[in-house]
Ligand binder design. Structure first.
Ligand SMILES: [Zn+2]
Length: 339
């Protein structure tokens, strides 16, 4: 089975009413763990890499690790997605590497810096222009595109939005129509990182329903959707970590969001936490251990179990054989017809 276009995977999810997790990767163990979870639960899968991940792996290593995951799992529909693409240049590079989907985060101008070292937010029209440019390039090659409207709080690699600006549903309809994006990240009150909230969060659920009412066939994306399980934080801290007060989005809120119209759920922090907890545990319990396989191995197992539980919770489990992935050539024709 070839790589899957994201457009098709999220169309299928929307029609059947489930969410697909998009999991960030930087190394071999993470990639292996995530595809193992998908294999065990028979789930379609989005593997995503940020600009930071591509830099960390010198592009080429990550490309081949992802390609290995696809080759090793010919029966799974897998999307390779660029997370928070800062500009057309990096989107082009990702497409050249074989990604079947790119995000252009036009909500922030990554190429400019304000005097305090942050990237400024873009105006609606500037966001629209930056996004449209990527859509034109990507769709001509059959590649799917995710955009973003509104800004998310918290720190993700290279994302320095300091305040949350909820998505305006009035703009969503116009943005989707004028750019032709396949998926759109909505700012509904989630935030990147492990320290999202002080109390259980109130997310703007009505905003999702309102956007879904106005736009029928664009997938909606929820960023910063790690649940930051308290037992995981306790585990990290038990073995010498210091993460007091970390808190995320409860699974039941994610399930509610999926019911109202979210199809793609971005998860990064929970994966980092489970890996950190597993490695810390080995270091504390076996201080004489110095074979990396002896701590990266358990970390990989723990990550696979965590992702498998998410695939069940998001409703992704069991849907891997529902459809045959389209080729990028078929998608090119699909986009030409749509114009
Ligand atoms: Zn994000």
């Amino acid at each position: 089975m070839p790589l899957c276009p994201m457009r098709q995977m999220l169309d299928e999810a929307r029609k059947s009413g489930y969410g697909v997790g998009a999991y960030n990767v930087n190394n071999m163990e993470q990639i292996q763990a995530i595809v193992q979870a998908a294999r065990e639960t028979l789930s379609p899968l989005i593997i995503q890499a940020s600009k930071g991940a591509l830099e960390y792996t010198n592009l080429i290593y990550l490309k081949h690790l992802m390609a290995a995951a696809v080759e090793d799992n010919p029966d799974l529909p897998i999307v390779l997605h660029l997370d928070h693409g800062p500009n057309l240049k990096l989107c082009k590079e990702a497409i050249a590497l074989g990604f079947t989907s790119v995000m252009i985060d036009g909500s922030i101008d990554y190429d400019k810096k304000t005097p305090d070292g942050k990237h400024p937010a873009r105006s609606f029209e500037d966001n629209l222009r930056a996004t449209k440019e990527v859509v034109d390039y990507a769709h001509a090659r059959g590649v799917s595109v995710e955009g973003e409207l509104g800004t998310l709080g918290g720190i993700e690699e290279d994302t320095h939005a300091d305040k949350v600006l909820l998505t305006d549903p009035n703009q969503v309809e116009e943005f989707c129509k004028r750019t032709g994006v396949d998926a759109l990240a909505l700012a509904i009150g989630t935030s990147h990182g492990a320290y999202k909230f002080k109390h259980e969060p109130v997310l703007a659920m009505d905003l999702i329903s309102e956007c879904r009412k106005r736009v029928a066939d664009t997938a909606f994306v929820m960023h910063g959707s790690s649940s930051v399980p308290q037992e995981l934080i306790a585990e990290v801290n038990k073995y010498g970590g210091k993460m007091p007060g970390a808190m995320g989005v409860p699974i039941k809120s994610i399930q509610e969001a999926v019911k109202r119209g979210i199809q793609k759920i971005n998860v990064d922090t929970d994966g980092r936490l489970v890996v950190t907890a597993a490695i810390r545990k080995v270091f504390v319990e076996k201080p004489g251990e110095f074979d990396p396989r002896k701590y990266l191995g358990p970390a990989r197992e723990a990550l696979a179990a965590l992702i498998a539980s998410k695939m069940r919770d998001f409703g992704t489990a069991g849907h891997a054989k529902d459809y045959k992935p389209k080729t990028l050539d078929e998608m090119k024709k699909f986009y030409t017809k749509k114009k």
